[in-house]
Design a protein around this ligand. Structure first.
Ligand SMILES: Nc1ncnc2c1ncn2[C@@H]1O[C@H](COP(=O)(O)OP(=O)(O)O)[C@@H](O)[C@H]1O
Ligand SMILES: Cc1ncsc1CCOP(=O)(O)O
Ligand SMILES: [Mg+2]
Length: 307
């Protein structure tokens, strides 16, 4: 195990774990399920298949492998649909689109919906472009199990699916970068998660909003996950690979646990990597090493805020 002196975790969190006596929930069971998810991935090397963008496809695969999973990338609907029978969960990322995706992606989503196959959507740059909007709108009828994106993407998707509050929250990212704070996406994320859960075969879903402090919700409970590193924004694919690793955990765990485990693993790994890196290049190398070296206990002991 590498030096983890910069990892913000311990055996307990005094603010939250002892606080259930004065109104905060007891996170013991949740931490146990997070640790189990991290352990299960390391023990079982589950396959999570990806249909993802060309820019970051290599980092997505390497991050899934470093977390302990197995990767398979494809852009052929028949390939993706067939492989779903042996893939624990799938990952779809709309970062770089080609014209044929407008037919292929909704076809794949419908097949997943029909078979009850779990999948994670990263709605990269949601709100930008006619083809992307057409594809993301089509997913409403065959929704993912988890949506993972930055705040602007979550707000834009919620809007696009007609789930915004009466006044509507309108936003769209600058390219793939968020122009909104994570807190602006709390209510959209909750509404989106409830919609996903209502569509899910087992009634369970989650939304993960990334940023300086990440947010994960199942539509009822909201968890804030502090930490990580600002250097994450200086490598391409931090968010995309987080989506891929979320699918890896979804292969072995229920959606809320999977989303929490992946986001916490990323925050801890980013802290380890920042302490060792000399810049973005070595940061990415150390990030992959830390994804590999962090233990289930270290991930599960992370700070989790429930207010
Ligand atoms: N300022 C920051 N401080 C700490 N962690 C960050 C920061 N910005 C992004 N991250 C982390 O980087 C990863 C990707 O998040 P983000 O940059 O929001 O995604 P995207 O690249 O899709 O916009 C997440 O693990 C998130 O916690
Ligand atoms: C730069 C870029 N352009 C299209 S997709 C993509 C990667 C976005 O990756 P992330 O959202 O993880 O930073
Ligand atoms: Mg992104």
């Amino acid at each position: 195990m590498s030096d983890d002196s910069h990892v913000h975790c311990g055996t307990s969190n005094p603010v939250n774990d002892s606080a259930h006596t004065d109104g905060q929930p007891d996170l013991t069971a949740l931490r146990a399920s997070i640790a189990q998810a991290v352990r299960n991935v390391k023990d079982r090397t589950p396959l999570a298949q990806s249909f993802t963008n060309f820019v970051t496809i290599n980092l997505v695969a390497n991050a899934q492998l470093a977390a302990g999973g197995t990767a398979a990338m494809s852009f052929l609907p028949d390939d993706v649909i067939d492989t779903a029978s042996i893939s624990g969960a799938d990952y779809i990322n709309v970062g770089t689109l080609l014209p044929f995706y407008a037919e292929a992606l909704p076809q794949i989503a419908r097949a997943f919906h029909k078979s009850g196959h779990k999948w994670v959507l990263d709605p990269v740059a949601a709100g930008i472009g006619r083809t992307r909007t057409e594809i993301l709108r089509a997913f409403r009828a065959a929704p993912p199990t988890i949506v993972r994106g930055n705040a602007s993407e979550i707000i834009a998707l919620t809007n696009m699916w007609g789930l915004a509050a009466v006044d509507g929250e309108t936003s769209r990212p600058a390219g793939g970068e968020s122009v909104d704070e994570v807190d602006a996406a709390v209510e959209p994320a909750k509404r989106l998660a409830r919609f996903l859960a209502d569509s899910a075969p087992e009634g369970k879903a989650a939304v993960a909003v990334s940023g300086a402090v990440d947010l994960v919700t199942d539509g009822e409970r909201v968890y804030r996950l502090p930490g990580g590193s600002a250097l994450m924004a200086k490598i391409t694919g931090a968010g995309c690979s987080l989506g891929g690793v979320t699918a890896t955990y979804l292969a072995v765990a229920e959606p809320l646990t999977a989303a929490l485990a992946a986001s916490l693993l990323y925050n801890r790994a980013a802290e380890v990597a920042e302490a060792k890196a000399e810049g973005p290049g070595s940061f990415q190398v150390h990030l992959l090493d830390a994804l590999w070296n962090l233990t289930p206990e270290q991930v599960a002991a992370s700070e989790i805020l429930t207010y």
